[in-house]
Design a binder for this molecule. Sequence first.
Ligand SMILES: [Zn+2]
Length: 278
Amino acid sequence: MKLGDVEFHIVSAGHFRLDGGAMFGVIPRPMWERKIPPDGRNRITLSMNCLLILAGGKRILVETGAGDKMSPKLRDIYALEGPALADGLRAYGLRPEDIDIVVNTHLHFDHCGGNTRVEKDKVVPVFPNARYVVQRGEYDHAMRPNERDRASYFPENFAPIFEAGMLSLVDGDQTIASGVELIRVPGHTADMQCVKLSGGGKTAFSFADLVPTTAHLPLPWIMGYDLYPMTTLENKKRWIPEVVREGYIALFGHGTRVPAAYLRERDGQWEPEPVAID
Ligand SMILES: [Zn+2]
């Protein structure tokens, strides 16, 4: 998909499963199970959709999936499966060393586990020539998680990046390449960032975990994981109407059947109209 001089692709880092109830917060199971049916352990399957962006002479990767450092026990709990991110990049002729910038929208394991890998008992960066861009507030929180969200933060996914001097901490909105903008959108965490791509008069907006799948489009469908659900609500009211009104391509980081769509308003509801990206 090309937006003027900005080219982007969706690259899969596989999929995993999370508790369906936790994924839909206050929404009762009889409602959400019609949209995404759970397995025998009440889990729903979620994709880990990364973005490969070629813009301003830079090769940018947004999100790195869960990576391959998890213990067998955790791999079972989260049912980690599917293609490796490196295979997806290879399909575009890219090796990990070719990536210039890695963006983590936030530091939960399903977004940054692929930042690092184990090499001879040492955890090292997967993308040796990249600078990794994260909101400063998110990094500070990830290093001191609370009792409610510490299960989502694994220091080996980001501390070695900081120690290697490869972490670029930003405060608020930031343009990282021509047509590639990071926008701080709190709610899921205090300092999550979304990604806006624009060129040739067209725009794509990656919701990150503000709207993780198309099933989360209705306003009250907010994840139980969100630290600030009322802020998520405010930001859904801010961003979804803009995406609809301006005709942006919406990108869903955890969408399995619909990773990208135009959004249309019909009978007071937002409906996705899937877009093929590659
Ligand atoms: Zn997520």
